[in-house]
Design a protein around this ligand. Structure first.
Ligand code: HEM
Length: 463
């Protein structure tokens, strides 16, 4: 790809495992990091089959196969209950975990809240968070390296609270929910025994005590927010935000709305799916931008030109470079690295028998860096998004938001929030990497940097 004369910028990538692993060694490696537990051939393969004593898995990179799983026959590949098990204490029957008729009904109620016209209404909250984020970083500029991942978590949680419940993160309850989420994630809830060993449905799932406690505290706080909102709606004084929209939308088929218990589950999903993912993407986007001073200056210049003193919603669509940088970060570091489904009937993939109960994995991580689709797959090159080759590769191998009926309902939301925050930050500051602490990507719940993302920050001048 000769879209750029500069030497390629290759940001960090986990080292793949060299040899085959036994069951227990695989579990240990998986607990450390899902990505380095796998072999490098996944960056080249059309498909890979893994057999562990209790786990038969097919990772599908071939576009016709992932389309079969996600878009053509999704009813035959529901979300795998094995990988959902770890999140159940927090998400209950939330839309992220359910399947079948229950899931369809939940999406009918949730999706209207994220339609195009409604996204415009979320813009003032996103702008306010971007401005607050700049102000929070300002006193830290030139004081030594700053860990920006935590700042991005704070910012994206703030966006979720403001858009969902019209409250900034400075609010006492919002702050408490945010802290409890960090505690929940720290317990590594996905690494639950049920992910590896098939347990009958009737058998209770065992979760770490800390996981259950953190989930319980989050749900108690959320229950208070939902109850207060229900009352505000009844009294006609509820703000016109996402929570009100979702709680007052009736399922067009049954005419019923979510009750409070269902809404508590959905709120937990929005906090988890909506802030953790965006924070991960923004942290990596800032990092790759810090590696490329020239592109960073162009993003800043674009922001000055297009946003002006009082940015408007329409300006976001003109942040073309910021959007390409954000997309490139999503390609290289997709926050959700794997989507796991379970085959509910036997089938055949590339001549191999896929038994009922096997796991089908579609991986935005391996697709995003796949050697058959992308030129210089590990290089940070936002210019590829303007080329016909780049756009063609994206159709077959760019899935950060999934695809098909279970596609992320927040994709449009995230594609406003991400480029806007990036542009506002690049306009205010110059970022450069802390050479002593390059980030090490690891995948647990999302793709994060093992010891954070450390950047030097100084106020930007003269653009
Ligand atoms: C960069 C940001 C984001 C990324 C990369 C992302 C990615 C994804 C992916 C890959 C899935 C599908 C997971 C699977 O099927 O296994 C998903 C589902 C979901 N996301 Fe997002 N997401 C982002 C932001 C958001 C935001 C901002 C919201 C809401 C405000 C949101 C709400 C949801 C919900 C509710 C689901 C479950 C959908 C279902 O299962 O039907 N996401 N997201």
């Amino acid at each position: 790809m000769s879209t750029d004369a500069k030497p390629p910028i290759i940001p960090p990538k986990p080292v793949s495992r060299a040899a085959g692993f036994g069951f227990f060694r695989y579990i240990r490696a998986f607990r450390r990091d899902i990505l380095s537990a796998n072999p490098a051939k996944l960056y080249r393969a059309k498909m890979a089959e893994f057999r562990l004593p209790f786990l038969h898995t097919f990772l599908v990179n071939q576009p016709s196969l992932w389309r079969h799983v996600l878009t053509r026959s999704p009813q035959d590949f529901p979300k795998s209950p094995r990988f959902a098990a770890g999140l159940e204490p927090l998400l209950g029957q939330g839309v992220f975990l359910t399947n079948g008729a229950q899931w369809e009904r939940q999406r009918r109620i949730i999706d209207p809240a994220f339609e195009g016209g409604r996204l415009r209404d979320t813009f003032p909250a996103m702008l306010a968070v971007s401005q607050a984020s700049v102000e929070r970083l300002r006193p830290l500029a030139q004081t030594g390296p700053v860990e920006v991942e935590a700042h991005m978590s704070h910012a994206t949680a703030d966006v979720i609270f403001r858009t969902l419940f019209s409250m900034p993160i400075e609010d006492q309850i919002a702050g408490a929910v945010f802290r409890e989420f960090r505690a929940f994630q720290g317990t590594q809830p996905l690494l639950n025994l049920a992910a590896f060993v098939p347990l009958p449905r009737w058998m209770p799932r065992f979760h770490r005590r800390e996981t259950r406690r953190a989930a319980g505290r989050i749900r108690a706080l959320t229950a208070g927010l939902v109850a207060a909102r229900r009352q505000a709606i009844a009294e006609g004084r509820a703000p016109d935000d996402l929570a009100t929209k979702i709680m007052t939308t009736a399922d067009p088929q049954t005419g019923q709305c979510f009750d409070d218990a269902e809404m508590i589950d959905q709120v937990a999903v929005f906090f988890l799916a909506g802030h953790e993912t965006s924070a991960s993407a923004l942290g990596w986007a800032l990092y790759v931008l810090a590696l490329d001073a020239e592109t960073q200056a162009q993003v800043a210049a674009e922001a000055v030109r297009e946003l002006g003193e009082s940015p408007e919603f329409s300006a976001v669509s003109r942040l073309k470079l910021a959007r390409d940088v954000f997309r490139e970060a999503l390609r290289l570091y997709p926050p959700v690295p794997m989507m796991v489904r379970e085959a509910t009937r036997a089938t055949v993939f590339r001549g191999r028998n896929v038994p009922k109960g096997a796991q089908a994995v579609v991986s935005p991580w391996y697709l995003g860096r796949h050697e058959a689709h992308w030129d210089q797959p590990d290089a940070f090159c936002p210019a590829r998004w303007s080329t016909p080759e780049g756009r063609a590769a994206a159709r077959d191998a760019f899935l950060p938001f999934s695809a098909g009926p279970r596609v992320c309902p927040g994709a449009g939301f995230a594609m406003i929030e991400g480029p806007l925050l990036l542009a506002m930050l690049a306009r205010a500051f110059e970022f450069s990497p802390d050479a002593a602490r390059p980030p090490e990507p690891v995948a647990h719940l999302t793709v994060r940097a093992k010891s954070g993302i450390w950047l030097n920050i100084k106020p930007r001048t003269g653009c």
